[in-house]
Design a protein. Sequence first.
Length: 229
Amino acid sequence: MLTLREQPERNGPLGQLRALIDSGDYAPGDRLPPERELIVSLGTTRATLRKALDTLEREGLIWRHVGKGTFIAAHGVGNEPVCLAQLSKRVTPVHLMRARLSLEPAIAREAAINASDAAVSRLRQAGTKAREAASWDEYEAQDDHFHRAVAEATDNPLLLTLFDQLNQVRRAVAWNSVVRTSERPPRDHSSFAEHDQLIAAIAARDPAAAHAAMRQHLGSVSARLFGEI
């Protein structure tokens, strides 16, 4: 039986936020709705909401970046999100891309070795959703899910955690150099074919091809943003 002290916590903003995080609708690295939306949806005040967010941040369930928002933390990393938030202020987009080029091809290689049929199916679905995105924001969210699906396909919780931590920093880094000239990615956007090539390599259980496909894909992204690095 709940005590009187426990009941308000479960039914109040803190409990509601815990339930929101535990619902599974948000993956590590996903951004929670803005404070103004949470105030309305939770029926609370700004002061009470921020107190609840402070508690969740101390517990390592979320991390916050001024000007960017509140993000779901990678599972099981304790107080590490605070360090990641500080790290993101020192990391440039070029630093971030170099880190991705070091880690994600190796993750793709492990995915080709260990992916189940179900994991390959989820990867194909993620690739389709990215291709069908109606806006750049939606594409970036679906592209994020695609790359996480590759990490999930490794069936290695340590590699998935490393990916999630890198991805948390990626979300917080300021991409001021990115300029969009259209509402959505063009139909012939190179990432679509690169995703398909990566899926094919993982489905074929070809580690070398998967490693090369991911490196080519990230190299293509890097070249569009910064030229050769």
